[in-house]
Structures are given as structure tokens and as C-alpha cells.
Design a protein around this ligand. Structure first.
Ligand SMILES: Nc1ncnc2c1ncn2[C@@H]1O[C@H](COP(=O)(O)OP(=O)(O)OP(=O)(O)O)[C@@H](O)[C@H]1O
Ligand SMILES: Nc1ccn([C@H]2C[C@H](O)[C@@H](COP(=O)(O)O)O2)c(=O)n1
Length: 459
């Protein structure tokens, strides 16, 4: 008979050693400057996930082991992209099937000197967006010695809008090179031609417009005091830019207003006060990312995928769970033991996922200004019935196991045609319901927003 018990102990001792070697603690002090690789899964019910970013009510997320996809983390060579979150799989993220071809785009508009660039830097730092300023890209282009550089320089000095084919090519290149999937496109579209061309070339429109509303006299004072050596920060150019803004750019804002896509922020306040209003618009993206981490975590449990699960844990993880009999468990080995059990089971030849979790009514609360996230939900765990261990030859040695408590290790799907024992399932499917609370901490590095699990509590 297959000796599952012996293998459990062998595997347990192996993975315990590995865990001691690979301490993964979230260093709080690195929060602002170090951003971590994005960890993503492919939720089967992605349309419901997409509603999270709009802050709407929604019900359940379902995911299976088969849908797991790790994101590729990429460094960005262009723009202000310190916080971008790579989208490494077509199956991952908000927009199924479109992925990086249809990223999240926020157009940041407002008069010259309204404070667009200033606020974009804050959003990059806190929310992992990539900031692309159309003006900065054009200025770099004009200095690059390209053949249309002089034309661009002349137009900028006169406050005119450069033809869309130039600007969109620059934006498209910068977006591609960034490897990111969330963009703040600052100072674009400046007119109807810009807007039309963007949609035609890119094949998608913005998610929303962030409009900084500021009186002209305030903007004029700010621009005259900016002192960054710009050729257009003189009173003559500034007046021309204001005129172009009113005549060409405001109609774009009005167009998006008619679509209900404009989020207006009063910009005639201190930078801090403006940011406090701006922040609220981006919190849903952070909530979505904490939810993705939770989704990935549960999928890794369903798949008995220790490496992925471990990658999401802080080494100092604490937990209250029924298996700990009322004790607070600290550290990793207690959890590792359960994964090792699953790895010791014979593989299943069934196409049905051995375990599938569904998150019902998840709620994400950001704490500490977004440095931590509290995720609560009811988890429905489906299993295909009692597990049978079948020896290679038909005999009366077949053993039947009932799910022990909530935890029922999931055998891995069979990958080879080896003739060893296999696991199969009999009887009616079962569903368990548990309540879970998870506390995540931001643990970013150069690639983007990332989370580590600090604590969980399962009913
Ligand atoms: N809320 C604010 N209060 C006072 N000064 C501000 C505020 N926001 C930005 N500034 C200052 O005003 C100047 C213009 O800001 P910023 O460059 O962010 O504007 P902008 O909208 O990006 O301008 P442009 O469209 O010309 O690129 C800068 O010197 C900046 O430091
Ligand atoms: N979509 C755009 C954006 C900018 N420009 C040109 C004309 C602007 O006056 C100049 C500076 O832009 P800013 O940095 O103030 O956003 O760049 C353009 O032609 N088209």
C-alpha cells in the first residue's frame, strides 16, 4: 500500500529546512522607496473584480488552481514609473483577454500650472502608477536632434499643440517601454484631435479624467515662479497657453464630462490639501491590488503550491486558525506542515480541480494611509467528494479518506503517465464555509506595489 505517512515526514523536513534559509520579512522602513514584484492570478470571475476599482458593491470572486499566473516584474526605462505594477500574463488583471493591450489610463488635465506634475509624483509614489507627461516627452524629443525637433520647439514656445502623430508615437513608445499597466498621462489630450487619435491608435480610451481646476491668476503666479528654465514659462507664452487651454483643451474636459468620466479636484489649495482630495480617487486601485494578493494566496492554497504561498508571507506571520486550537501561531512551519501533507499524496488524474475557493462579499479597508490593508470575506471551499487512493492494480487495498476538518490537502494533477497510485474522488461534492480576516502590509520594491501577509484569522 502507498505509504503517504512516511512521505509526509520526508517532505516536511525538506521544506522546513528551505523555509529557514529563505526568510522573507517585509522591511517597513523601505516602504516609500522600495517596490515589489506584482503577484497576480487569473480570477475566473474577472468582471466582478473589475468593479472593485470603481468602488461598487459586488459579490464573489472564484478562482481555481488552473487559473494561476505569476506576473513578470519589469523595470521601467522611461517616465516616472517607480510604482508600476507589471502585467505579466494575458490572463491576469482587470481586463481579461486584453491585459497590457488595454491598460488602466488616467488622463490628467488642467490649465498650465494647475499642479498636474506635482500631484502625479505623489500618485506614482503611493499608488504604483507610471507618470507620462506629454510635455516632458515632447521637450525630450525636441532636444533629441530629431528632424521635427525644431518644429516641436517652435510650437511649444508659442503655446501651440503639436500634431497628434508626434505626441502619440512618443506616448505609445513610452508606455510599451515602461512594461507597466497603469498610467497617468499628464497634459494629454490637449484637443479633440489628440483625443480622437489616441483612441484610434491605441484602441481604448481613458478610465477617467483627473481634472485639476485652478483660476488663471493663481496658475500665472505659479508658472512665473516655477523657475525650471522652460522656454514657455514667460508671460507672453503663458498667455498664449491659457488661450489654447480655454479654446482647445476645455472642450475635451467637457466631452469627458458628458460621458461622466471627469473627477474634478479643486487645485487652488496647498499641495497637501489638493493631494488629500486626489488620493481618494486612487484608493480603489490599492484595494484592488490587496484583493489580488488575497486571490493569489487562496489559489496557491487550493493548488497546494507552497512556493507561491510562501512568497506572499511575512516571516513573522501570526495566525489564529482552528488547527491551532485557540493558540496564536507565529511563523511559517505550522502552515508548511499542511502543504507538505498535500505534496505527499499521490496525484489525481481528475480534470476537476481538487479544491476550489470562492471569496464571497470581500471587503478591503486601507489602514495607515494605504500602508496596510485589512481584507475580510467568507470563503467557500468546494471539494469533489471523499478522496480515494487507488493502487496501480485493482485490489481491496483502496483506501478512502474523508475531509479532515476544513483542511483537505489537494493532490496535484497528474503530469506524467506513471503507473503509481492515484487519488480520485467519490460521493457528492462538499462545500465548506469559513470566515477569514487577513492583514496585509505594503512591501514594495522597484517593480511596483506588493503585499506581504502579516496576520490572518480563520473561523
Ligand atoms: N497646490 C499648489 N500650491 C502652490 N504651488 C503649487 C501647487 N501645485 C504646484 N505648485 C507649483 O506650481 C508650479 C507648477 O506646478 P506643476 O509643474 O505641477 O504644474 P503643471 O500643471 O504640471 O504645469 P504644466 O502644465 O505647465 O506642465 C510648480 O512650481 C509647483 O511647485
Ligand atoms: N498633448 C500635448 C501636450 C503638450 N504639448 C506641448 C504644448 C504645451 O504648451 C507644451 C508643454 O506642455 P506641458 O508640459 O505644459 O503639459 O507641450 C502638446 O503640443 N501636446
Amino acid at each position: 500500500m502507498f505509504n503517504a505517512r512516511r512521505n509526509v515526514f520526508q517532505l516536511t523536513s525538506r521544506v522546513l529546512t528551505a523555509s529557514r534559509e529563505a526568510a522573507q520579512t517585509c522591511a517597513k522602513s523601505t516602504f516609500a522607496t522600495h517596490r515589489g514584484a506584482a503577484l497576480e492570478v487569473a480570477p475566473l470571475n474577472s468582471t466582478k473584480l473589475s468593479s472593485v476599482k470603481n468602488g461598487q458593491g459586488w459579490t464573489a470572486l472564484t478562482f481555481a488552481a488552473a487559473g494561476l499566473a505569476a506576473a513578470a516584474s519589469q523595470m521601467s526605462p522611461v517616465g516616472d514609473c517607480a510604482g508600476g505594477e507589471g502585467k505579466g500574463s494575458a490572463a491576469a488583471g482587470l481586463k481579461p483577454g486584453k491585459a497590457s493591450a488595454n491598460p488602466t489610463v488616467v488622463f490628467v488635465l488642467g490649465g498650465p500650472g494647475a499642479g498636474k506634475g506635482t500631484q502625479c509624483s505623489n500618485i506614482v509614489r503611493d499608488y504604483g502608477f507610471c507618470h507620462l507627461s506629454a510635455g516632458d516627452l515632447l521637450r525630450a524629443h525636441m532636444k533629441s536632434g530629431s528632424k521635427d525637433g525644431n518644429m516641436v520647439a517652435e510650437m511649444i514656445k508659442n503655446g501651440q499643440i503639436v500634431p497628434s502623430e508626434v505626441t502619440i508615437l512618443l506616448l505609445q513608445k513610452a508606455m510599451k517601454e515602461s512594461g507597466k499597466d497603469k498610467f497617468l498621462i499628464d497634459g494629454f489630450p490637449r484637443n479633440a484631435e489628440n483625443r480622437d487619435a489616441f483612441e484610434k491608435v491605441m484602441g481604448f480610451d481613458c478610465d477617467f479624467v483627473l481634472f485639476f481646476d485652478c483660476p488663471e491668476d493663481v496658475m500665472e503666479t505659479r508658472l512665473l515662479g516655477r523657475n525650471e528654465g522652460r522656454t514657455d514659462d514667460n508671460i507672453e507664452s503663458i498667455r498664449k497657453r491659457f488661450k489654447v487651454f480655454i479654446e482647445s483643451s476645455m472642450p475635451v474636459v467637457q466631452y469627458y464630462e458628458s460621458l461622466g468620466k471627469v473627477n474634478r479636484v479643486i487645485a487652488n489649495k496647498s499641495p497637501e490639501a489638493v493631494y488629500a482630495d486626489t488620493k481618494k480617487l486612487f484608493d480603489p486601485y490599492l484595494k484592488e491590488s490587496a484583493l489580488k494578493a488575497t486571490t493569489k494566496l487562496l489559489a496557491s492554497i487550493d493548488a497546494s503550491d507552497w512556493d507561491t504561498y510562501r512568497g506572499l508571507l511575512d516571516s513573522g506571520l501570526t495566525a489564529f486558525e482552528p488547527e491551532a486550537k485557540g493558540h496564536l501561531v507565529e511563523g511559517i512551519p505550522f502552515h508548511q506542515y499542511l502543504f507538505a501533507q498535500a505534496q505527499a499524496l499521490p496525484p489525481t488524474s481528475s480534470k476537476i480541480p481538487p479544491v476550489m475557493s470562492t471569496m464571497s462579499t470581500p471587503k478591503v479597508t486601507l489602514l495607515g494611509g494605504g500602508s496596510s490593508a485589512l481584507v475580510t470575506y467568507t470563503r467557500l471551499i468546494q471539494r469533489p467528494g471523499a478522496m480515494l487512493i487507488n493502487p496501480p492494480s485493482e485490489s481491496d487495498e483502496t483506501s478512502k479518506q474523508s475531509p479532515p476538518g476544513w483542511w483537505h490537502p489537494a493532490p496535484q494533477p497528474q503530469t506524467s503517465t506513471s503507473s503509481g497510485p492515484t487519488a480520485s474522488f467519490v460521493g457528492p461534492p462538499t462545500t465548506q464555509s469559513v470566515q477569514e480576516t487577513r492583514v496585509w502590509e505594503r512591501c514594495d520594491d522597484s517593480s511596483g506595489v506588493a503585499w506581504k501577509l502579516m496576520h490572518f484569522h480563520r473561523s
